[in-house]
Design a protein around this ligand. Sequence first.
Ligand code: EPU
Length: 423
Amino acid sequence: MGNIKNTKIIINGKKRLAGRVRIGGAKNAALPELSAVLLSKGPFCFHDVPEVEDLKVMFQALSNLGAEGNFISNTVHISLPEIKSALVPREIVETSRASILILGPLVARNGYAKVSKPGGCPIGERKINYHLAGLEKMGVEITEDHDHIIAVAHKPLKAIDYSFPSKSVTGTENLIMAAALAEGTTILRNCALEPEVGDLIDLLVKMGAGIEGKNTETISIKGQSSLTGTHHRVIPDRIEMGTYVIAGCLEDNEIIVENTDPDYIRSLLDILNQSGLHTETGNNWIKAHGNHSFKPAAVETEPFPGFPTDLQAQLTTFLTQAEGASRIKENIFNNRFQHCKELNKMGAHIEVDGDVSIIHGKSLLHGTHIHATDLRASAALILGGLIAQGQTVMENAFQLLRGYENMPGKLGDLGADVKLIED
Ligand code: EPU
């Protein structure tokens, strides 16, 4: 493979999409689940691990810490008989902030962790104060130098009763993992309800952790002196699912999205249905039909089960095709409207004021040169390119590769003309 950091995507738009697409495992479930490997010697076998850059980086980080194994054909075989290094270096945190998920389990097992500070984030401020506050309550001494967070503890960590001031997905995951090796029963309150947290709990229970309260805001974790390896299949990726459902609802497309759980994206399906789109659902599939004329929407991003911030950009592209003005309020991150400027270059008419965007539809989009600012923005711009007249060239497609598995290939199988070009 060439230099993936200099990758672009070229789309020749206006091709009808039809057929079936299989959704892969959830990036944001597989990331904490691979971190959980740190809690045990293993061995582990994970299936349906998406082959995306963020997961490759996580696998590399674990290898640096002493893990042995391989990551081939969506399967990770891994064990960690001995922690050989407690350092997560800069190169790892540069591309994926999820490396913060290593902190809790590493200090819980090893009593020491030194993790490079997560760098700036294109979608806005992403604090980790809840992660650190919870670990400190567990007896971990946290210090920082210019580049690192350094965590030191006497093992085992102490069980705590901690209430998250507001919901945090990776904060919940980090503290559940640390508590799984703590002495006593930890109670975590105001926990995130995202399905990825539930899937992590399923994994930890198979490893021997005593956890109650899955899919509720209050989770209790009875710490164990040791945990074992296990087999686990990662749940489907609800953001990939939502992205293909939105693609299916555009123009006269018709896409059957397979390996899904419609309940994971009920908030999106409700918005689409209220706009006049028709989706059909079964146990593990969603059928999305396009419609050339549909109503605008008013949407706010919220923690699960509300409408996810990770689908906000893709919904924006969709709403450029609504008959009238839509409004989106972004409540989770403070700089997650960068796709709007790029969509405007394609002929959209979107105004952004602070945490609100107003999308004036219906706009005829045309192909042009655009720049992917972040992962979900890149998916939104590809959706734009699919419905645009002419050719779209999206620079910085590395962002897409961080979190979407083989999107050009999957879209190509549905009839799109999308090419990934490596410099
Ligand atoms: N927050 C704090 N303090 C904390 C933690 C969070 O104030 O200690 C705030 C954040 O600043 C933010 C809000 O709480 O305003 C929510 O942040 P959260 O911690 O829930 O986000 P995260 O765990 O860092 C995960 C996903 C993101 C997704 C968010 C929200 C992973 C690896 N990442 O991030 O995924 O947007 O939850 O659902 O699970 C993506 O996949 O594109 C992505 C960005």
